[in-house]
Design a binder for this molecule. Structure first.
Ligand code: GLN
Length: 269
């Protein structure tokens, strides 16, 4: 028999170099729950198992190699739903849930036309499609693999989203009369690479994360310019932004003719 309490301790210790203690504990508990159906209380009670399932052993090994748990399990939670993910798409983040929440809260109207640029897993348009008042939702991405995944996620969550392959730096937006354009574009400068976690750097798509230092707001400028041509009068543009570039982003938007520009802080400041 194997003591799951011992097993838990063993793997939390092994993960010590990779994650802060509390995170390591939650990750191991997450896997135990997924593969053994055991919760924190079962570990405290020190339940026994006959043998370690191969799938759990495999998942623990991958975790020790630094693979993000969402890629190991192939799924990530976002705004109360589970999204299929793979290294072809960025893992949805809490900050993006806050952005989505803001859009839902501020736009109660019916039948709004919404576009998400750089949709990745499709977490933004799918959530908006399900949580808003009968919107018409469009989404684009440069990656065919990401679009396939986003389409599967839309299917699973019964969301009607019109997905298109598009390179926003080279092509115009193929939709008109939009009420809202939203994007969480790449905004991490290559010079900021050092402060990123190894598991992010090694596993998540760099295409979705990084921009050159010479022009860190490239995507913001291109999107704002192109959105300006297809947004309705009074339409809105929502971005997730680099915490270090708030003022620069605000100035850029104002210089491009956007009014009432706000920069808001998320829970992580
Ligand atoms: N829109 C997706 C997300 O917010 C992907 C963003 C990206 O790849 N930069 O998770």
């Amino acid at each position: 028999m194997i003591s799951i309490r011992k097993l838990f301790k063993e793997y939390v210790d092994k993960l010590a170099g990779l994650y802060p203690l509390e995170e390591a504990e939650s990750l191991v508990i997450w896997l135990f729950e997924e593969f053994l159906g055991k919760k924190r209380m079962d570990i405290i009670r020190d339940e026994q198992i006959e043998k370690l399932p191969e799938a759990l052993q495999d998942a623990l090994d991958q975790l020790l190699k630094g693979k993000p748990i969402q890629y190991i399990l192939g799924t990530a939670p976002f705004y109360g739903r589970e999204f299929e993910v793979s290294p072809a798409v960025l893992i949805p983040r809490n900050e993006t849930e806050e952005l989505v929440h803001l859009i839902i809260k501020e736009n109660p109207g019916e039948g709004l036309r919404i576009l998400d640029i750089g949709t990745g897993s499709g977490c933004i348009p799918i959530t908006l499609s399900r949580e808003m008042n009968h919107p018409q939702v469009f989404a684009v991405d440069i990656s065919p693999e990401a679009l396939e995944m986003a389409k599967r996620n839309a299917f699973v969550h019964h969301a009607a989203v019109d997905f298109r392959l598009l390179d926003i730096l080279k092509e115009d937006i193929p939709f008109e009369n939009l009420d809202i354009v939203v994007s969480n574009p790449p905004y991490v400068r290559y010079s900021e690479k050092e402060k990123m976690h190894q598991n992010v750097l090694e596993y998540e798509p760099h295409l979705a994360l990084f921009v050159f230092d010479e022009d860190p707001l490239l995507f913001y400028r291109e999107i704002a310019l192109k959105a300006g041509k297809v947004l309705k009068q009074g339409g809105k543009l929502y971005f997730e932004i680099n915490e270090a570039l708030g003022l620069d982003t605000q100035k850029l938007m104002e210089s491009l003719g956007y009014s009432q520009v706000r920069v808001l802080k998320d829970l992580n400041d």
